[in-house]
Write a protein that binds this ligand. Sequence first.
Ligand SMILES: C[S@@+](CC[C@H](N)C(=O)[O-])C[C@H]1O[C@@H](n2cnc3c(N)ncnc32)[C@H](O)[C@@H]1O
Length: 206
Amino acid sequence: MAEASTHDFDKDYWERHWAQRHGPSERAPHPYLARETAGLEPGTALDAGCGTGSEALWLAARGWQVTGADIAAHALDRAAERSADLPEPGGVRWIEADLTTWEPERRFDLVTTAYAHPAMPQLDFYRRLAAWVAPGGTLLIVGHLHAAAAHGHHPPAAAAVALADITASVAPLRIATAEEHTRTVTGPGGRDHLLRDAVVRATRTR
Ligand SMILES: C[S@@+](CC[C@H](N)C(=O)[O-])C[C@H]1O[C@@H](n2cnc3c(N)ncnc32)[C@H](O)[C@@H]1O
């Protein structure tokens, strides 16, 4: 198994990242969220590394009780501003936490993460998230594929993973979706990027 190595995406890095990122943060949620949660009954959800909250807010607007967790206070401030627009702003709580060491008080019906790459090996991070899924619950991972560097967008090498390694890392969850996708997104400067995504949905049967 090709395990990603430790790198220095620590709190300082992410605070700088979000402090320097000007412009609107109202991007649409990634397209896999609606598709992969379509058959799920809303319950409790954790968005791990939620950034400015696009996915967390989308879930909260559909009846999920969402915890949006991120290491960067700058990102959470912007997420909290955005949640003021929710019909029921109480449907989402934002917590500043380092998810490489944080332990939740309870398990969640849905644990999801998109492109979060902390200062720990990426697959170890996914193993932690898998452990936080309640019995009967779902894990939804969207990550950068290893091959992405050859296709325009250049994710940090340590953040890129192979699909088979993700599915192996979340055992014993049962794999429902394991797909590779390519899509174009427009970045903050108006530039288009090609993204190569790994999408894994898995369920905990016990
Ligand atoms: C590339 S951004 C993705 C944000 C959001 N999920 C999205 O798709 O726009 C990665 C996010 O992971 C967060 N993050 C990195 N390391 C973390 C950690 N140890 N604990 C919690 N969040 C972390 C960063 O602050 C950042 O918001």
